[in-house]
Design a protein around this ligand. Structure first.
Ligand code: GLV
Ligand code: MN
Ligand code: MN
Length: 419
C-alpha cells in the first residue's frame, strides 16, 4: 500500500453525488420516483451507465452468467484474494435514487480515486452491481448474489416471473446465461472480505445525529403465500349470511399477520404486501384470494414461530368463515451477523475521519447477507432523511453520502494493509 499518513485520499463528493443524480434520472417517473426494475430497459440503461463509470475508474468490466455487472482491478499480489465491494442498482416500483445505487456508485468512486491517485493495492479490488436484488416481477430477489455465491440450484432458469417470462430469458436480457451459472460462483478462498455501503432506510442514525452506522446483523426474511378459497357468487342475490367470501377471510388473515408482530411480538416485522382477488369484479363475491406475506427477524427461529402462529390463526379464521386457507412457504433468507473484525474496522475508520458511529441491526435485506455464505461481510450505513425508503422521497444529504464513501475508501485501504 503506497498511502502514508497525511496523504489519505478522499472521494470526490461532487462527482459521487452527480453520478447518483444521473443514475436516478434513469427510470424516473413523473412523480419523482424511480422505477428501474431488474431486467427491464431502464435496468439495461442504468447498467450501461454504471459500466461506463467503471471503465472511467480503470476497472475491467464484465457481466457474469448470473447477470451481475462486475468491475475488476488487479492487485500487486497475484495470489491475494479480492476485496469485494457491492450493492445493487435495480429498484422497487416507484422507489428512490439511493437504495442500492449509492453503494455501487460509491464503490466505483472508491476505485476511481485509487486509480487517479495511482494507489496500488496488494489485493484485487472487485466492484459488483448485483443483479435483481429487489425481486422484480415476483422473482426470487438477490438473484445475482445467489449466483455469485453458487447458491442457485442446478437447472435454475426454467422458473417464470409473474408475467410468465422465464428466468433464462430475463438473464439473457442483461447479458447473463442460465446455462453457465456455475461459472458465476465464487469460492471462499477468492474473497478476503466483502463491504457494502447503503442508506440506512430507517431513522435511527438521523434521530441520534450520527453520520455512520456500523451494521451488526442483517434481518432474515421469509415469504409466504396465503391462499384463501371461498365460494364465488352473485353480489346482489346472495344473502349476507350465506356467503363464503374469500376476501372477508383474507382481511382477517391480514390483521392476524399484523398482530403477530405488532401485538404478539413473535417477529420484528410482518407485512402483507400483495393481494390478488379472483374473479375480481365489483359484482362477484370473491372466490379466491392470494396474499403475499413477509416476516422479518434477526433470529431464524422467530420466523418459524411466526409461521406456526399464523397456521393456528388461519385455522381459526377458516373455521369462522367457512373458507379453506393454505399457507405456502416461499423464499427464505437467514439472518446473518456482520464479521466482528469488520465492524470494528468500520468504526475505527469513521473515528479516524472524525465521524461518530453507531452500531445497529439492519431491518432491510441486502446482497451482503447472501455473500456472507462465502466471505466475511461488513456493512456501512449513512442516515436516511425521515427514515424514508422504497419511496420517491428517499434522501440522504450529499455531505453524508460522501462521508460514508470516505469510510468505505478508508476501510479498503486498511483491509489491504492487513486486518
Ligand atoms: C430490500 O430491499 C428489502 O426489501 O429489505
Ligand atoms: Mn430495497
Ligand atoms: Mn438495497
Amino acid at each position: 500500500m503506497t498511502v502514508v499518513q497525511g496523504t489519505r485520499p478522499r472521494v470526490n463528493a461532487g462527482r459521487l453525488n452527480a453520478h447518483i443524480a444521473a443514475l436516478g434520472d434513469i427510470g424516473r417517473g413523473p412523480g419523482g420516483g424511480v422505477t428501474r426494475l431488474a431486467f427491464t430497459a431502464e435496468d439495461v440503461q442504468g447498467r450501461a451507465y454504471v459500466a461506463g463509470l467503471m471503465l472511467d475508474a480503470g476497472l475491467a468490466v464484465e457481466v457474469d452468467a448470473a447477470g451481475n455487472l462486475i468491475g475488476r482491478r488487479r492487485g500487486d499480489d497475484g495470489t491475494a484474494p479480492a476485496l469485494v465491494l457491492g450493492s445493487h442498482i435495480d429498484t422497487v416500483v416507484n422507489g428512490g435514487a439511493y437504495d442500492g445505487a449509492y453503494g455501487v456508485l460509491a464503490a466505483v468512486e472508491v476505485a476511481r480515486v485509487l486509480h487517479e491517485e495511482g494507489v496500488r493495492l496488494r489485493h484485487p479490488l472487485v466492484v459488483v452491481a448485483f443483479c435483481d436484488e429487489e425481486g422484480a416481477h415476483g422473482t426470487m430477489g438477490m438473484l445475482g448474489a445467489h449466483g455469485f455465491t453458487g447458491a442457485l440450484p442446478p437447472g435454475f432458469g426454467d422458473e417464470r416471473d409473474s408475467r410468465g417470462i422465464t428466468i433464462a430469458d430475463l438473464l439473457a436480457a442483461v447479458g447473463g446465461d442460465h446455462r453457465r451459472l456455475d461459472e458465476a460462483a465464487w469460492t471462499s478462498d477468492e474473497i478476503a472480505a466483502y463491504l457494502e455501503l447503503h442508506i440506512e432506510q430507517g431513522s435511527v442514525l438521523e434521530r441520534l445525529g450520527v453520520p455512520i452506522g456500523v451494521v451488526e446483523s442483517i434481518t432474515g426474511r421469509l415469504n409466504l403465500t396465503v391462499t384463501v378459497e371461498g365460494v364465488a357468487g352473485h353480489a346482489g342475490t346472495t344473502p349476507m349470511e350465506h356467503r363464503v367470501d374469500a376476501l372477508d377471510a383474507a382481511a382477517r388473515v391480514l390483521l392476524a399477520v399484523r398482530s403477530i408482530a405488532a401485538d404478539e411480538q413473535i417477529v420484528l416485522r410482518a407485512t402483507t404486501g400483495t393481494c390478488s382477488v379472483e374473479p375480481g369484479m365489483w359484482n362477484v363475491i370473491p372466490g379466491l384470494v392470494r396474499l403475499g406475506v413477509e416476516f422479518r427477524d434477526v433470529t431464524a427461529s422467530a420466523l418459524d414461530d411466526a409461521v406456526a402462529r399464523l397456521g393456528e390463526l388461519a385455522q381459526e379464521i377458516a373455521k369462522a368463515t367457512g373458507t379453506q386457507i393454505e399457507i405456502g412457504l416461499g423464499a427464505r433468507t437467514t439472518p446473518v451477523d456482520c464479521h466482528p473484525a469488520l465492524r470494528d474496522l468500520i468504526a475505527r475508520c469513521a473515528a479516524e475521519l472524525g465521524l461518530g458511529s453507531h452500531r445497529l441491526p439492519s431491518g432491510a435485506g441486502h446482497d451482503a447477507q447472501i455473500v456472507a455464505r462465502i466471505a466475511p461481510i461488513g456493512m456501512i450505513f449513512v442516515p436516511s432523511t425521515g427514515g424514508v425508503s422504497h419511496a420517491p422521497d428517499e434522501h440522504t444529504p450529499p455531505d453524508q453520502l460522501a462521508q460514508g464513501a470516505d469510510v468505505l475508501l478508508s476501510a479498503v485501504l486498511q483491509l489491504d494493509g492487513g486486518w
